[in-house]
Each structure stands twice: as C-alpha cells, then as structure tokens.
Design a protein around this ligand. Sequence first.
Ligand code: ZN
Length: 190
Amino acid sequence: MSGKPGRLHVIVGCMSSGKTGELIRLLSRHRVIGDEIVIFKHAVDTRDGDKARSRLGTEMSAHVVSEPTEVAVEGRCVVAVEEAQFFGEGIVQRIQEILRDGCEVYVTGLNQDFRGEPFGVMPTLMSLADELSLLTAICQKCHGVATRTQRIIDGKPAPWDSPTVLVGGSDYYEARCPACHEVTGRPGSS
Ligand SMILES: [Zn+2]
C-alpha cells in the first residue's frame, strides 16, 4: 500500500443512539468516490444477519465473523467493524495492523456496558481514535438525554452480576439517561 497513514474513526454511544446510521452515512461518502468498503460484524450480534442495518432504513452488507483474525482487508481501503465491544483484546492489534496498511478504519460500539461501566476494548479504541463521535439517544422513560444502556431481564432491571454479554437470553435493552438507569445489586449499595 501507499505510505499514507491510516485513520481511525470510532463511533460510540448507548443503545438506539444511531451508531449504525452514522456509520452508513460516513461510509456512503467513500462509496461516492469509488472506495472499496468492507464491513465486519461479530457473530454474537445476530440482528439483521449479514447486514448492517440502521433504524433509518439504510443498510449495507457485512461479513459475520467471530475472531479478530477473520477481519481481513484483501485490498480494500475502507474497513468498518460493527459492535466492536463483542470482540476480545485481539481486535485492537488487528485494527492497528490495518491502520499501518494505510486503511481508513471505522469502528462502532457501546462505550458502556449495561452497568454503565467501560465496555471491553472500547476505551482502548477510543483512546487510539483520530476522530471520535459520541452519540446520545432519547431516554425511553423521561425523554431526557440518554447516555446509558438499560438491560431488562423478565421485565426487571438486570442485576449487576449478570454476564456482560448475554447470548440468546430473554433480555432486552433500551436507552436511558443516567437518572433513569437502573442496576440492581450494585456492589456497595443497599
Ligand atoms: Zn430518563
């Protein structure tokens, strides 16, 4: 590849903050000028199959992978990784390799887990970013500014000690502001 340095743009925010819509908007600018684009999403994210689909109705095809080593560029110069929080530490090194090849890399993910704590590799990726978009949503309870992701299991706020990533459970998620965000059994609280 050329000597052009790579560039990392990280798009983070809570549930329903429009991360995929923003990703597709950013990538469509590359499509206009004929850049080859490839999107990867983690197999844990079973929504929408092999598509990255936004609530705006926009979509792009994506490769479903489970390991960072499967994030393969193959000559394309624009690479996107959706829901990067589902990958382990290996994704950081893989993204740095792709950046050294001079690629433009876009990453989306949840910056906080359901507890409101930093989520996996996302803080590291945010600190490596050349550009950072921090998106917000609207709180589904009070309609304030939502920055948190509320996990609900069987109609109740999830306990602190439930797994960070739940696969195939009866859980669902909604956007909440910090005041409406609830976690039961937080250490140090009654
Ligand atoms: Zn609220």
